[in-house]
Design a protein around this ligand. Structure first.
Ligand code: NDP
Ligand code: MG
Length: 389
């Protein structure tokens, strides 16, 4: 039986890895919707090659270009925010949520409302609106599967276990590009330097977020939301080799570690084939050759994002949406040359401290999350301008 699949963020790093797996077994899948933003040629090429029903770009100005690229193929072209959401509403059995940033939230909610199994790479959805995502999945009997490598690892270590026996969850971090830099040198870090990840090949934004540990900060909150564990049960461990992705510690003292190569096709494939395991085209580790794995505690002076994540969990409400929006805007500031690397965390902290508590304590609806997202981006832009002025 073929499965109907959609891929949101099909032109990105996770999207392309998902397509790699699906294209190896095309008869098993009916592709419903592929979405992208700026990369029209790639979107059209994959939509034609996979025989998708519709290809959607988030960028309305690209509709003509997309139509042109799809001409004669029978694949429908669509563009803009409402088309993205409409793509999320098309019935599918399995949906990959791999748009980068808060833009991934609304299509993910729609897919859950259709009862689809949602493979969630877009961690920002859980950070901004964890309770809303989980409630929507529950209300529509939709399954939510983690794709972030750490969360997939935890999910796998928990198979057959009772959550009440879990003492702690340890997520590992490579430490990113600046793990071994002197802290004083971070102020002069360039975009090119921050975009070079030692182990993983990922999109540029998450790669820079790995260097600042904003990625790990989002993942701490993602762990808290997805697995329902208390903040003090979540630990971060720097593990430069990136081979152990996470560990679950149980009350009898056992630690179950998930070990595998740094290749996202493992976590994507696990979510694609869950609850079974199928053969996947990832490297098999030769641990004798690897010889040693190393670990160290994270330094919160180097990575203030980790402290901020804990403050967000303590504050609760919509503070995750504030944090994520401020982080995305600060990252834009760094990429655009308006902020130094360490100043990103300073801007995020200012926005977190200055947000009106009335916004943070508003009920968690999609509209309220989008409002908080909007005002937090404005506040972050203002903080960036004030620094420049
Ligand atoms: P990429 O930057 O490589 O890809 C992002 C995708 O989102 C592209 O398809 C892009 O389109 C699309 N996109 C960008 N902006 C918008 C927008 N405003 N509206 C709709 N679509 C948009 O990111 P990654 O694949 O690296 O990451 C995707 C998600 O997965 C992120 O949430 C990330 O945190 C998470 N993740 C990624 C991992 C990885 O290994 N890469 C690991 C774990 C989690 P286009 O390229 O056409 O402009
Ligand atoms: Mg991760």
């Amino acid at each position: 039986m073929t499965r109907r699949v959609s891929i949101f963020g099909a032109t990105g790093s996770i999207g392309q890895n998902t397509i790699d797996l699906i294209a190896r077994n095309p008869d098993a899948y009916d592709v419903v919707a592929l979405t992208g933003a700026s990369n029209i040629d790639l979107l059209a090429r994959d939509a034609i090659r996979l025989g998708a029903d519709v290809a959607v770009t988030a960028d309305e100005t690209q509709l003509d270009a997309l139509r042109e690229a799809l001409r004669g193929s029978g694949v429908e072209a669509a563009a803009g925010q409402s088309a993205m959401t409409e793509a999320g509403c098309r019935p599918a059995d399995w949906v990959m949520s791999a748009i980068v940033g808060a833009a991934g939230l609304a299509p993910s909610i729609c897919a859950l409302q259709q009862g689809a199994t949602l493979a969630l790479a877009n961690k920002e959805s859980l950070v901004c609106a964890g309770a809303l995502i989980l409630e929507t999945a529950k209300a529509h009997d939709a399954r939510l599967l983690p794709v972030d490598s750490e969360h997939s690892a935890v999910f796998q270590a928990l198979v057959g276990e009772d959550m009440s026996a879990v003492e702690r969850i340890i997520i590992t971090a490579s430490g990113g590009a600046f793990r071994d830099w002197p802290i004083e040198k971070l102020a002069s870090a360039t975009i090119a330097e921050a975009s070079a990840h030692p182990n993983w090949d990922m999109g540029q934004r998450i790669t820079i977020d790995s260097a600042s540990m904003f990625n790990k900060a989002l993942e701490i909150i993602e762990t808290h939301e997805y697995f329902g564990v208390a903040p003090d049960q979540i630990e971060v461990l720097v593990h430069p080799e990136s081979l152990i992705h996470a560990m679950v510690g149980f009350r009898d003292g056992a630690l179950m570690a998930h070990v595998g190569p740094p290749d996202m096709r493992h976590a994507i494939g696990y979510a694609l084939h869950w609850p079974t395991r199928q053969s996947l085209p990832v490297a098999r580790l030769d641990l004798a050759e690897i010889g040693a794995l190393t670990f160290r505690a994270p330094d919160e002076d180097r990575w203030p994002a980790l402290r901020l994540a804990r403050e967000v969990m303590e504050r609760g409400g919509l503070s995750g949406a504030v944090f994520n929006a401020a982080k995305e805007t600060a990252l834009d500031g760094f990429i655009g040359g308006a902020l130094s690397f360490p100043a990103m965390a300073e801007v995020v902290e200012i926005v977190l401290n200055e947000t009106d508590p009335g916004h943070i304590d508003a009920p968690m609806t999609l509209d309220n999350v989008m409002v908080v997202d909007h005002i937090s981006r404005q506040a972050a832009r203002k903080a960036i301008e004030q620094r420049a002025g």
